[in-house]
Ligand binder design. Sequence first.
Ligand SMILES: [Zn+2]
Length: 372
Amino acid sequence: MKFSKIKYIIIFNFILLTACSQNISDSQPDKPLDSHIEQMKSFLAENGFPENLIKSYDSYFLIDEDILITKSEVKEFLSGKKKQAHGGSGWGLVDIANSSNITVKAHSSVPTSWKNAIEDAIDNWNSIYNTELSFSFETSGATDITVYSDIYLSGGLPYYVIAAGTPPSSGEPGNSIYINLDYTPLGGGSVTSSSKIYNMVHELGHNIGFRHTNWASNPNEPSATTIPRTPTSDSNSIMNSGTADNNWNGFSSYDKIGTKILYPTYAGMVMYTPVVQENGFGAGRFVDLTWANIHRDTALNYKLYRKEGVSGSWEIIATFNSSPLPGEFTDYVTAPFTGSTTYYYKINATFYLARGNESFSRVVSANVSSSF
Ligand SMILES: [Zn+2]
């Protein structure tokens, strides 16, 4: 079996440059001229998508069967729209600030059975703990993601594709998911409600930046970046490709770790009030610092800073890189103190560099007195 780690894509910035609107129009986009299509395909190929994986439909390209990029997005790039600066990770992720309430609605073209599946898929994503990520289902208004029937894609999805998501761009989730309501499972019959849930969980995964876990088993699939602390194979991952007929059977444990790494929470990160102690030599004080250590499975390092007085400048006093990351540190501050000196401490936890040194900080203060 060839299964690899949970991945998220690194291709190029071109997707990010499309600061696309939150919702696509219900009208069909203009059909590009054929001569432009070849130009756009070459551009995609130059940017890391092997040409044999790019399929052209009326208004969009479908890459590796369920990654959808509209032709108007590619056209925008070709007309010289500026790239966003984001470290070269083109598929992108949702900014942490945008990840804690991703709103989703179903367009009126989506039948009730699929709407129910979307709501169940959202409940499943929301069941993962210790992540900032959460979704909510809305019945109206503007939403981050809208799920449409593929009749709203010019030409529709090919018969063998059940649904397609769209990649995040500009720190926002991919704004659309299309469902092929004519899809028939390989063994015949109709799509089960459990399979609808599976597919909606999977497509939402694409819209928040997950690539196929088993991308490497397809020699033609563009390369992706492995999420650390996940194994070299995970047949239970819900982000494997070629799984349109799967029924929902829960996330794999590594899907959950991958989610926590891509969307780490800081809500539970706590630094406790320091305890000041006399050092016994009269020249200084020990300050005992402790902090909650809930991110040991996803944090890369902790850095500890100190400043003297509120207007002082932060200076780094310790860096912790090795696993397991500690939960305490004793600082030594030297005399003389004039009256009472307030020292501020800041712990900074850096997480997987998915979006460039993502880090969270917590600050506490300790009053160190000369008359201790
Ligand atoms: Zn997929």
